[in-house]
Write a protein that binds this ligand. Structure first.
Ligand code: HEM
Length: 341
């Protein structure tokens, strides 16, 4: 029997094709159980569509929470004389937004710990066995927590997204994964994205004045340049020849999103933050059947946060020499950004 292969795919057009072609699945393939996987895919596709619709319908509520929390938190940060923008503004702000969106009273340290551990499972990163076991246990604990929460909200509705989701989706099991991703996405990934956006201004100081007057029109380019997601994994479900590559059923493929975003055949001078770039879809939120369901929320939060930072904190007061990046394989970002208060 021929050995299965592992691939690293990094050109924009190859990334685009693999993420949108049915021969490549985001789920590890259990060859004995392909039919049940297809049923699951169908359920997920339906659920994705209703999730996106719900977010659109609840946009005024979501936008209201985001702008209220950010204006409170930037005020607290500027008065606090604390120096690390990441720990004293970006993270608490994002935690507060996710709590208020979901109507959860507090973000407990033990939950924060569990969210961090789920990465080994959600990102399918081939972490060590211990990390994967810890990740699976964390997902189980969080699943129980969110299932319980959904049941409670059904009995006692509130003014929050969990109540809204449970009214529309009867299958509580289907709600759990997006809810965990909402927390992990807002609390863990958004602060990294905004930290990267700030760093991109350090690398491209010529754009600062233009951004101070208008962040929103340039959010695509900021997200292309600063997107924290490094790669996603796909499995080939049927032998195929694709863009000159011979894939075999079961092959594992690392699809490099950040590298597609820096493909010079698609983005001229890709390492420059170019606010005049014409709209070309970037890969920071993936593409196809599994593209990020939280992209609209992330865009909203990051634009508001950048506006708040640019109007309250002079960029030349950040000490970039002391800044630090996190070392995760799948998601990369600034996690220490010192401001000279
Ligand atoms: C900076 C923040 C975020 C980034 C960079 C990000 C990026 C991504 C990427 C690249 C994927 C594609 C995964 C794949 O193709 O295998 C994804 C999937 C997903 N994201 Fe996000 N995400 C972020 C925040 C969020 C938030 C806030 C939410 C929830 C509201 C969310 C919900 C999801 C869900 C549910 C999926 C899985 C979709 C599926 O498999 O059908 N994400 N995200």
């Amino acid at each position: 029997m021929e050995k299965l292969q592992a691939w690293a795919i990094w050109k924009y057009n190859d990334v685009d094709s693999i993420l949108t072609h049915p021969n490549f699945s985001a789920h590890y393939i259990d060859h004995r159980n392909l039919d049940s996987k297809l049923i699951l895919d169908q359920q997920l596709a339906e659920f994705r569509a209703s999730f996106i619709k719900l977010l659109q319908e609840n946009h005024p509520f979501i936008k209201g929470v985001i702008s209220k929390v950010i204006s409170q938190e930037i005020g607290i940060f500027t008065k606090s004389k604390k120096t690390d923008i990441y720990t004293a503004f970006l993270r608490p702000c994002c935690q507060n937004i996710s709590l208020q969106l979901t109507g959860i009273p507090e973000y407990k340290a033990e939950q924060q710990n569990l969210f961090g551990k789920t990465r080994a499972v959600f990102n399918m990163t081939n972490e060590s066995e211990t990390e994967t076991n810890l990740g699976n246990n964390a997902v189980m604990s969080l699943s129980k927590y969110f299932q319980q929460l959904c049941k409670e909200r059904r009995k006692q509705p509130g003014n929050d997204l969990i109540t809204t989701f449970t009214k529309v989706e009867k299958n509580v099991g289907l709600l759990v994964s997006p809810l965990i991703q909402l927390f992990v996405g807002i609390c863990e990934s958004v602060p990294l994205l905004v930290g990267n956006m700030l760093y991109s201004l350090h690398e491209n100081p010529h754009v600062i004045d233009r951004l101070i007057s208008d962040v929103s029109s340039h959010s695509n380019e900021l997200i292309r340049y600063a997107g924290p997601a490094q790669y996603v994994i796909r499995y080939c479900v049927a032998d195929c020849k694709f863009n000159g590559h011979n894939f075999r059923k079961g092959d594992r493929i690392a699809v490099f999103l950040w590298s597609a975003n820096r493909d010079e055949d698609i983005f001229r001078s890709p390492d420059t933050l170019d606010l005049n770039r014409t709209a070309q879809a970037n890969m920071s939120f993936g593409k196809g059947n599994h593209a990020c369901l939280g992209a609209s929320i992330v865009r909203e939060i990051s634009i508001h946060m950048m506006e708040a930072i640019l109007s309250h904190l002079p960029m030349d007061q950040i000490s970039w020499a002391e800044a630090e990046f996190t070392g995760s394989k799948t998601i990369r970002g600034m996690n220490k950004i010192n401001f000279n208060a």
